[in-house]
Design a binder for this molecule. Structure first.
Ligand SMILES: N=CN[C@@H](CCC(=O)O)C(=O)O
Ligand SMILES: [Zn+2]
Length: 411
């Protein structure tokens, strides 16, 4: 299958050579070609350039993109798309004045989702989750990380990870699976953290590794959830099974968790609504990608990740959705990009870099995704006619996407 996209008004995120991420001032640069063409062969980007050099070959399909912008699909490196039911009642409880913490302390929050998940069949969870996956693909997401973490029992965690595996087998979208058994302490382990961590390390991890169900390991490193020391044990155990860490940290409090994650060579540290100067020093010159989740800040009214401060310090930054039933019931990366510009004061160039190449780094796939580079996966968004790509964050809430191509397939 050979597809030509011609007369592209602006072809964004063009990288002749593969790069793994952009940091600091580099984030403001978004290379583009005006009046461009792009050739896709099967599931790969085969060629691109200006219309003056547009090839004259025979194609199976020719798409005229006059007036339209073409860019790589979004890479959403942090989601909890697989879950059962919803938490609409907690949403209304928060409107009526309860905080996220108060709801969690009453047995709501993550434990509420865990109760629902354990009472729902694998088939039903798959059916509920695939609707969300199909929705985000239509919204331009071409690669997605999905976490477990609403099981909190051996069978519940395995059930979630099997659903993630089945989704990755049945859809063209690239999926990476993350084991998040350390998402919260189940009620029966509230006073016995050691026993739950032993369950994660001695029962869950070996079963998950045996079935080859996870690529990464995660923990909720936060006051009232997993301490620095507990998270370090989880990261070390994950490493024994070949799972690199991607850690929820600094959502509500800064307790020196980021330095511990960097020490354990975490691929990413995610949330970072609260960031100290020490955290920035720890991240500087490390291989760990900081990931901001602005839709979560929006939905539960917590601070936004201080992007300007971090980028001025020379750090890279990725953007992801955090799609989950409690803090972010939306996986729309167009909204994430717009909110990063509007609320975090990232420029459109920085936000698009953060949601494509830096997202790919945070998923461990920047050699195949996140930019328009020959040989990379044919993951392409074709917009409706736009005045310029600034419209993507500017016209927030409008659906500006006309077509999505994932791994060479029109969605
Ligand atoms: N903060 C931890 N985990 C999820 C939300 C958990 C939930 O409330 O279901 C997050 O990333 O926001
Ligand atoms: Zn999350």
């Amino acid at each position: 299958m050979k597809i030509l996209i011609k007369n592209i008004k602006e072809l964004l995120q063009v990288r002749e050579n593969t790069i793994d991420k952009v940091s600091g001032a580099e984030m403001a640069v978004l290379p583009k070609i005006d009046n461009a063409f792009l050739v896709i062969e099967n599931d790969r980007i085969a060629d691109f350039g200006t219309m003056h050099n547009c090839p004259n070959d025979t194609f199976d399909q020719v798409i005229d993109a006059t007036g339209k912008t073409v860019l790589p699909t979004w890479v959403d490196s942090h989601t909890h798309i697989v879950y059962a039911g919803n938490r609409e009642q907690e949403f209304v409880d928060r409107i009526n004045g309860l905080s996220y913490e108060e709801i969690a302390n009453r047995g709501g929050g993550i434990l509420n989702s865990a109760k629902k998940l354990n009472a729902t069949s694998e088939e039903e969870i798959y059916n509920q989750s695939k609707v969300r996956l199909e929705e985000v693909m239509q919204q331009g997401t071409g690669a997605v990380e999905i976490k477990s973490g609403y099981g909190l029992t051996v069978e519940g965690e395995l059930k979630m990870l099997r659903v993630i595996k089945r989704l990755s087998q049945n859809y063209p979208i690239k999926i990476k699976a993350t084991f998040l058994g350390a998402h919260a302490f189940p009620t029966e382990y509230k006073e016995n953290h050691l026993a739950y961590i032993d369950l994660i390390i001695n029962e869950m991890l070996p079963r998950i590794a045996k079935e080859n169900l996870a690529d990464y390991i995660d923990a909720f490193l936060e006051t009232g959830y997993f301490s620095v020391e507990e998270t370090e044990r989880i990261m070390e155990a994950g490493k024994q099974f070949g799972l690199t860490a991607k850690i929820h940290v600094n959502q509500f409090t800064a307790i020196n968790g980021i330095a511990a994650c960097v020490k354990h060579e975490a691929l990413s540290v995610d949330h970072l609504e609260i960031v100290t100067d020490e955290d920035i020093i720890a991240l500087k010159n490390s291989k760990t990608m900081p990931v901001a989740l602005p839709s979560c800040s929006y939905f539960i009214s917590i601070p936004y990740t201080p992007a300007r401060h971090m980028i001025s310090a020379g750090l890279p930054l990725a953007l992801a959705s955090d799609f989950n039933p409690g803090t972010t019931p939306s996986g729309n990366m167009n909204f994430v990009v717009a909110t990063a510009c509007i609320k975090m004061k990232m420029t459109p160039e920085e936000a698009i870099n953060a949601a494509t190449i830096n997202g790919a780094y945070a998923m461990g796939i920047s050699d195949t995704h996140g930019s328009i580079t020959k040989g990379k996966s044919a993951n392409i968004i074709i917009t409706k006619p736009l005045t310029s790509y600034y419209q993507i964050p500017y016209a927030f809430g409008s659906n500006l996407i006309e077509q999505v191509i994932i791994e060479g397939q029109l969605i």
